[in-house]
Design a protein around this ligand. Sequence first.
Ligand code: PLP
Ligand code: ZN
Length: 445
Amino acid sequence: MHVFRCIRESCGAAYPLAENIHTCPRCGGLLDVEYAFDREAAAQWPALWSGRRASLRKLDSSGVWRFRELIPFISEPESAELVATLGEGNTPLLDSAAAAGFAGLDAIRFKHQGFNPTGSFKDNGMTCGVTRARALGMRLVGCVSTGNTSASMAAYASYAGLVPVVFIPHGEIALGKLAQALEYGAVTFQVEANFDQILRLIFRMAESLGLYLLNSVNPFRLEGQKTIMAELLEQCGWREPDWIVLPGGNLGNVSAFGKGLRELRDLGLIRRLPRLAVIQAEGAAPLCRMMESAAAELRPVERPQTLATAIKIGAPVSWPKAVRELRASGGVCVAVSEQEIADAKAVIGRAGIGCEPASAATLAGARKLRAAGVVGPDQDVVAILTGHLLKDPDYILRYHAGELECGGRPLESRLANRPRIVAAEAAALEAALREATGDRLTAGG
Ligand SMILES: *Cc1c(COP(=O)(O)O)cnc(C)c1O
Ligand SMILES: [Zn+2]
């Protein structure tokens, strides 16, 4: 039997999946979706999954539902009209010698979740969250968001015929994400409080409002996100990387990855767990502080500060799950500065890959872990780029204009690339072009 299981060791209560709950009714703890997998059948799954890549069926074209044996929370998804999919997942694994050199590694690969329908990994989770909302017969869905969750929820809910309502911190959301929520038809509230404050408020009100909450405390979103690990392992030919590096905000993604990897190991599909490295911004690093001080509880950061808005979170909801996964995998948490994020982001951009600021924290973190000797130069490192470059055009334009600052402190734009103004005249244009490209052509790049 598949059940909800409270993750608190002192509780461990189980509940039927038919119940509409997000947290443990008995103790308030976080819930896992726990499956009774058929371990013997699992040996055949990798062949089944790769076979589906040749299929044109809608469910098989999704990079989440292609792995549906790992997320059996609705029965017979094949025949169900319930599944809300926009063809999420199926994201590439990209390498860059320049980025590897920047980090001091022989190689690094980027799993780019920005290639999703709405441009972030939130889509991998949202397809499951919205499908679950439909299965429960809910019409109104809501989330509090630093941006990408609202963009994703708005798209999936509208596509599925549900009504999306998003609550975002006033003035603290990247432009591309707000634009998406509006265009995808979400009822949008800009609330005058920070993310953590709004979440507490909405969490209390959701039930009386008839609102199905799709924040990352919703365990079904994490079920979708965990399939990113199945897709990655498939791309690696089921050879485990040494490290998986990802940014940490609310810590849902690291929780999902850890659970997904443990399940793959328990099913015998991988032998060992890759080590997870969570990267936070220095101004919003409550998990790093907790791990450093070996504290038993997470102390929220009151006024989180970072330009990487997707990880600007002081009181991450999923911290107990994140700690569990870091312990299980021998993982680490490190904090990086705004300058380190800006530098890494520019390197990823110039490699032709590009990502939003929070995603670039991964390369900055890999570099730091390498410098500290935690990661060896020849280790197999996969960094998760969580969001698309165009999510935050304002950051990019300011960077290249040399105008980026955080908390009143200016940042250096070491790879600034400014547009050049030129007269509409052949000779002038030719001279300007030669001057601008000469170095890059002689450098062979
Ligand atoms: C949501 C998000 C994060 C943070 O993920 P968590 O699961 O909250 O830790 C990082 N980067 C991007 C682009 C995101 O959208
Ligand atoms: Zn409990």
